[in-house]
Design a protein around this ligand. Structure first.
Ligand SMILES: Cc1cc2nc3c(=O)[nH]c(=O)nc-3n(C[C@H](O)[C@H](O)[C@H](O)COP(=O)(O)OP(=O)(O)OC[C@H]3O[C@@H](n4cnc5c(N)ncnc54)[C@H](O)[C@@H]3O)c2cc1C
Length: 263
């Protein structure tokens, strides 16, 4: 790891100033992805701006939406009693991320800003039609995720919270990598009454919506309804863990499991 200057501002305005000034600087939340990349020499920032000093943590359940602050750890999301009542599938998802160490340090903000193609949260944000709040603007999930480790965030833009509309029913199921627990395929289904959304992670180079499933589920929100709905193999990932064909098959299996688990 190369040398770097470390900053831990207590105010968002100070974090904004430092990251704007330090052109080779990076933001850090839980460090669960950033630090390993620095240790491996894949990143050598001049400055690290640690956002954990902002204390931007918390989950607020309102009548029609849940707001989760960006600094909230996966463990805090998983154990939130209020969230388990409002969107139980989101608490389940957070509880299946990585291992206890990763869950007690890794954050919602860091996970979505990193946008790993096998990360769990992007599937939930897409299916729940979430809105990402930054220090500059509000971005719809459909416009936020831009493929392989890419988002619509501009340099130095800070994710501060995520708004999750509360669905009528939602469920999540993932076929996890046995070592890292990242999703080989993860499917999040959400019935919003007026529409159904299906978010798929792990299968492609970035999170996507399975629109054919959304159409049939809008008429019949059940596991049987997606039987026989195929996922195109073309753009799916192929690696030592699974072929593109197997991932396409897993999208169907995980969708059925998520629908059976939906609450
Ligand atoms: C062994 C292991 C297993 C894992 N398994 C899983 C898994 O099963 N599922 C899963 O989803 N994830 C998994 N992860 C990743 C984990 O969830 C990380 O916590 C997450 O990817 C990054 O969150 P962080 O808070 O640690 O971010 P950091 O590592 O601090 O930052 C990640 C990136 O986001 C940027 N960033 C951080 N915070 C913000 C912000 N507020 N605004 C803008 N940019 C920001 C940073 O500059 C950096 O580029 C695993 C990680 C490890 C090490």
């Amino acid at each position: 790891m190369e040398n770097f200057d470390y900053h831990r501002p207590a105010k968002l305005a100070d974090a904004e100033k430092i990251i704007a000034k330090q052109k080779e600087g990076v933001l850090m939340s839980g460090g669960m992805t950033l630090l390993p990349t620095m240790k491996q020499g894949l990143a050598a920032p001049s400055d690290v701006v640690d956002l954990s000093g902002l204390g931007n943590v918390g989950i607020k359940v309102m009548k029609t939406k849940v707001t989760i602050k960006a600094g909230t750890t996966h463990a805090e999301v998983a154990k939130s009693g209020d969230l388990k009542k409002a969107i139980p599938a989101l608490a389940v998802l957070a509880g299946e991320i990585g291992d206890p160490h990763v869950r007690h340090k890794g954050t919602l903000g860091g996970s979505i800003a990193n946008n790993d193609p096998a990360a769990d949260y992007p599937a939930a944000l897409m299916a729940l039609d979430a809105t990402i709040i930054t220090n500059k603007r509000a971005i719809a999930a459909d416009k936020f995720f831009k493929g392989l480790f890419e988002t619509s965030l501009r340099r130095g833009e800070i994710v501060t919270a995520v708004d999750f509309p509360i669905p009528e029913k939602a469920g999540y199921a993932k076929f996890a990598n046995p070592a890292s627990r990242y999703a080989i395929v993860g499917v999040f289904v959400a019935n919003h009454g007026k529409a159904v959304r299906v978010g798929v992670t792990g299968a492609g180079p970035g999170v996507f919506r399975q629109k054919a499933m959304e159409r049939v589920l809008a008429k019949d929100f059940s596991a049987d309804a997606v039987a026989g709905i195929a996922t195109k193999v073309d753009d799916l990932n192929e690696d030592m863990h699974a072929s593109a064909e197997y991932r396409a098959h897993l999208v169907g299996v995980m969708a059925k499991r998520a629908l059976k688990a939906a609450k």
